[in-house]
Design a protein around this ligand. Structure first.
Ligand code: NAP
Ligand code: ZN
Ligand code: ZN
Length: 349
């Protein structure tokens, strides 16, 4: 018998979220059941619930993909987790496991389509519902360990924001002697600063205005420049090995490519549905690379959590009750977040 639980969701794209009831499946042989403690609010939740990616595939839609919880039940065949373990679930809860990319542990690029933790049809035909809820049941292979040394609420944003910046920083070689620019100081951006510093890189924050200068320096950035000041782009021309774009809106790709030194990479993780113009000379010059990256595989997510535990990296969070989710969405849209809202799931009772 499926279990009915309390959650927070929206009936239709762009409508406010409110209390809803959803069903969770019974624990299957390879499933674990989690009591959710905390769930972060990622800008992707807002894009999705706001209809930026089209009409909602299911009503109500319960967002949330930065989940930390405690295992309360395990299926008969489960080997990776035990009752009482503190664990996390991020963007994905399933993939085909058979394609070339899944076999490499890069399930985020499953050639048969990964299953997102919410708003996707799962392989059994049901629709997934996310972490703005009290409880979730998921296959053990898509559940990771959250090291005990990390504060549970401040670790929740690592499950999406953390892995989304860790993967491209590692892929493109952030480390000692490398110069990294982080564009946009929001949820992803502030973790980009902390993780790039922990990797040993020199980090510059590029934010629209001067307003986040002190915050950026407090987060560990070595330098801060405002992109609203046109001279920033000439001052920093040919400077960085990696420019990590975390902006939730279209950017001037050519202007940011111009900041890269020889063989530098513009690693873009921020989402826009607009098509961006590219001047080929922006990449011919300095043999630059324009790259994208989508969250990360399960193995790398665990590696990132262990790296964050080793370096004491967590998000700067503002803990909220569920009845403040709509207000939090509005504040994220106004860039008035320092630097991640996290829902206390106990307030969903
Ligand atoms: P966020 O907290 O809202 O941060 C986004 C930052 O972008 C803002 O703090 C702001 O930085 C900047 N910004 C916002 N609107 C802007 C505009 N119109 N022009 C220029 N800059 C603007 O969002 P987030 O949760 O970090 O997510 C960032 C983006 O990454 C979103 O689009 C999200 O959907 C996407 N995302 C992608 C993946 C992936 O797998 N690739 C995973 C997670 C999230 P300043 O105030 O410093 O300028
Ligand atoms: Zn996210
Ligand atoms: Zn696959």
């Amino acid at each position: 018998m499926p279990t009915t639980i309390n959650a927070y969701g929206t009936p239709q794209a762009g409508q406010p979220l409110g209390p809803v009831e959803i069903e969770r499946r019974d624990v299957g042989p390879h499933d674990v059941k989690l009591d959710i403690l905390y769930c972060g609010i990622c800008h992707s939740d807002i894009h999705f619930a706001g209809g930026d990616f089209g009409p909602l595939p299911v009503s109500p839609l319960v967002p949330g993909h930065e989940i930390v919880g405690i295992v309360t039940e395990v299926g008969s065949e489960v080997t990776r987790h035990q009752i009482g373990d503190r664990v996390g679930i991020g963007c994905m809860v399933n993939s085909c496991r058979e394609c070339e990319n899944c076999r490499r542990g890069e399930e985020q690029y499953c050639l048969n389509g990964h299953t997102l933790v919410f708003g996707n049809e799962d392989r059994d035909g049901s629709f997934t519902q996310g972490g703005y809820s009290r409880m979730i049941v998921a296959n053990e292979d898509f559940v990771v360990r959250v090291p005990e040394s990390l504060d549970a609420a401040a670790a929740a944003p690592l499950l999406c924001a953390g892995i989304t910046v860790y993967a491209p920083l590692k892929r493109w070689g952030a480390g000692p002697g490398k110069r990294v620019a982080v564009v946009g100081l929001g949820g992803l951006g502030h973790l980009g600063v902390k993780i790039a510093k922990a990797m040993g890189a020199e980090v510059t924050v590029l934010s629209r205005s001067e307003s986040k200068r002190q915050d950026a320096l407090d987060l560990g950035a070595d330098a801060y420049l405002a992109t609203g000041d046109e001279s920033t782009f000439s001052t920093l021309a040919n400077t960085f090995d990696i420019v990590l774009n975390t902006v939730s809106a279209p950017i001037d790709v050519n202007a940011y490519l111009g900041l890269l030194r020889l063989r530098g990479t513009l690693a873009s993780v921020g989402v826009t549905t607009e098509t961006l113009p590219l001047n080929v000379f922006s990449v011919l010059t300095n043999e630059r690379t324009l790259a994208g990256s989508q969250f990360g595989g399960i193995r790398e997510t665990q590696e990132m959590l262990d790296f964050c535990a080793e370096h004491g990296v967590t998000a700067d969070v503002e803990l909220i009750s569920a009845d403040r989710i709509n207000e939090a969405f509005d504040r994220v849209l106004r860039s008035d977040v320092r630097y991640r809202f996290v829902i206390d799931a106990a307030t969903l009772e």
